[in-house]
Design a protein around this ligand. Structure first.
Ligand SMILES: C[S@@+](CC[C@H](N)C(=O)[O-])C[C@H]1O[C@@H](n2cnc3c(N)ncnc32)[C@H](O)[C@@H]1O
Length: 205
C-alpha cells in the first residue's frame, strides 16, 4: 500500500473511532447518501452483510425514529442500543432468510443495501466471481423483499464477468448508477451500483 493509501485508511479508521462508528465502511455509505440520497426518513431498510455494523449505524440515523433497519450477517453482529435496528445472524444462502427478514421488517422494504463481501484471495477473477454470486443473492433478496420503485445499493467487483452481472440487474431497475466512494481504497476493485426504481413486486405498488 502506498503511503497516501495508508494515510487514507488511517484517516477513516481514526474518524470512525472518534465518531463512534464500528467500521470505516460507514463513510462509504455516508458518501453514497450524500451523492444519491438513497435512504429517506421513515424508510424500512435491509442491510445485507452488515457486520460489524457501520452501515447499520448510518442507516439508523437516516431513517430516524419511525424508520427501521434490519441487518443480517453470517457473523454475529453485537447488539446496538438503537431502537430502530434489528439484527439477525444468518447466511445469505439460507433459503429461510427472506421469510425471516419479512417477519422482522413487517412488510416490503424501501431500500436493500448490500456491502456483502467474502475473503479476498488476490486472484482477481476468482474474487470477482465470488462477489458476483453475493450480488446475485442480494438481488434475489430484492425480488422477495423490495418494494416497487425501491432502491438497491450493492457492492460489486469490476472483473471479467461484470457485464453478465449488469445484464442480470438491468431489467429490474429504471436506473443504475456506478459510484466509487472516496473512502474506497484506490487499488480495490470494488465499486457500488446505485439501482433505483425497482420494477418487481408491481402488485405492491
Ligand atoms: C465488508 S463487510 C461489511 C461491513 C459493514 N457494511 C459495515 O459497515 O460494518 C462484508 C460482510 O459480508 C458478510 N458476508 C459475506 N458472505 C456472507 C453470506 N454468505 N451471508 C451473510 N453474510 C455474508 C461478511 O461476514 C462480512 O461481515
Amino acid at each position: 500500500m502506498s503511503s497516501a493509501e495508508e494515510r487514507k485508511k488511517e484517516y477513516y479508521y481514526n474518524k470512525a473511532k472518534e465518531e463512534g462508528y464500528r467500521s470505516r465502511a460507514a463513510y462509504k455509505l455516508k458518501q453514497i447518501q450524500n451523492k444519491f440520497y438513497v435512504i429517506k426518513r421513515n424508510n424500512v431498510v435491509v442491510d445485507l452483510g452488515a457486520a460489524p455494523g457501520g452501515w447499520t449505524q448510518v442507516a439508523s440515523e437516516y431513517v430516524g425514529k419511525k424508520g427501521k433497519v434490519v441487518s443480517v450477517d453470517k457473523q454475529a453482529i453485537s447488539p446496538f442500543d438503537l431502537p430502530n435496528v434489528e439484527v439477525l445472524r444468518m447466511d445469505m444462502r439460507d433459503e429461510r432468510l427472506p421469510a425471516v427478514l419479512l417477519s422482522l421488517t413487517g412488510g416490503l422494504a424501501d431500500v436493500v443495501l448490500s456491502d456483502l463481501a467474502g475473503n479476498v484471495t488476490g486472484n482477481w477473477s476468482l474474487d470477482a466471481d465470488r462477489q458476483n454470486y453475493l450480488v446475485q443473492l442480494a438481488l434475489e433478496t430484492c425480488h422477495r423483499l423490495l418494494k416497487n420503485d425501491g432502491t438497491f445499493v450493492t457492492k460489486v467487483f469490476r472483473g471479467p464477468t461484470i457485464q453478465e452481472l449488469d445484464e442480470e440487474i438491468k431489467p429490474w431497475f429504471e436506473k443504475i448508477r456506478r459510484f466509487r466512494p472516496p473512502a474506497t481504497r484506490k487499488k480495490s476493485a470494488e465499486e457500488f451500483y446505485i439501482c433505483t426504481g425497482y420494477k418487481g413486486n408491481v402488485e405492491e405498488a
